[in-house]
Write a protein that binds this ligand. Structure first.
Ligand SMILES: NC(=O)c1ccc[n+]([C@@H]2O[C@H](COP(=O)([O-])OP(=O)(O)OC[C@H]3O[C@@H](n4cnc5c(N)ncnc54)[C@H](OP(=O)(O)O)[C@@H]3O)[C@@H](O)[C@H]2O)c1
Length: 231
């Protein structure tokens, strides 16, 4: 049985990913930040292991190492993410950038460092960072986000996450670990954009199919709506 770790698994895309990966036989290792979320997930998936931790906490990386012990991890999905509705220079605050940078970028580094020994125990390890089309510097430079209402903090933090993904891809390919970045689509979740239209279930099914196909390559940046994206 393959093992998958998913952060932010209590709602939205993370919840749908847990369901879809469990349906194809993955053992679930889930990270959530409340005991209530843990209990709800365990009542649905009694065989899952659930860690309660805020991914931005200082002790998160060490908690992950201790929790994973000697297990192997085949897939790690950095899904937990946050956004702020402050799309203009006037409305944005430095605090928003710090908060989103911590959740959308620094926490991804913590997850990877905390999971690294477990990933190295897999025969085909894969890290999937849930990014966004809004993290693409190329698309931003082509005005794709102008007037979209997407916040500074979200765009900046997802662009930072993308650079982190590429740094990790350089380092981890020597260990046979692939690092890919995924835009999951415009999803009907709490974080929905103005043009959201896709259910998280549809998005999660597409990602399961991609993982199962074995086609994901190190350094891929893929939209589940349109295919390959420019970094
Ligand atoms: N929705 C979209 O259209 C869209 C588009 C592109 C990319 N994405 C990305 O897709 C991912 C999932 O988003 P979603 O649409 O499913 O949004 P969502 O419904 O708002 O879910 C966000 C998840 O992240 C968790 N989370 C946030 N901060 C956390 C923290 N500090 N520690 C632990 N967990 C934390 C939340 O847990 P709590 O319930 O405890 O808050 C929740 O489970 C995010 O990375 C997002 O940026 C979404």
């Amino acid at each position: 049985m393959k093992n998958i770790l998913i952060t932010g698994a209590n709602r939205g895309l993370g919840f749908a990913l847990a369901e879809q990966f469990s349906q194809v036989g993955f053992k679930l290792l889930l990270v959530v930040r409340s005991v209530e979320s843990k209990q709800a997930l365990l009542s649905k998936y009694p065989l899952a292991d659930v860690l309660v931790c805020d991914v931005t906490d200082d002790h998160y990386e060490l908690s992950l190492v201790n929790w994973l012990e000697n297990r192997a991890l085949d897939v790690v999905i950095n899904n937990a993410g946050s956004g702020t509705k402050a799309p203009t220079l006037e409305s944005t605050e430095s605090f928003f950038l710090k908060k989103e940078f911590n959740t959308n970028c620094v926490a991804v580094l913590s997850t990877v460092k905390g999971s690294l020994s477990a990933l190295k125990r897999s025969s085909a390890p894969l890290i999937i960072n849930i990014s966004s089309r809004r993290g693409s510097l190329t698309m931003q430079s082509e005005l794709a986000a102008k007037g979209s209402g997407c916040s500074y903090s979200y765009r900046v933090s997802k662009a930072a996450q993308n650079m982190l993904s590429l740094c990790l891809a350089d380092d981890l390919e020597d260990f046979g670990i692939r690092v890919v970045s995924i835009h999951p689509g415009r999803l009907l979740t709490k974080m929905a954009s103005k043009d959201a239209h896709m259910t998280p279930e549809t998005s999660a099914k597409k990602l399961v199919n991609l993982v199962q196909s074995g086609e994901l390559k190190n350094r891929d940046f893929i939209s589940l709506e349109t295919g390959k994206l420019p970094w």
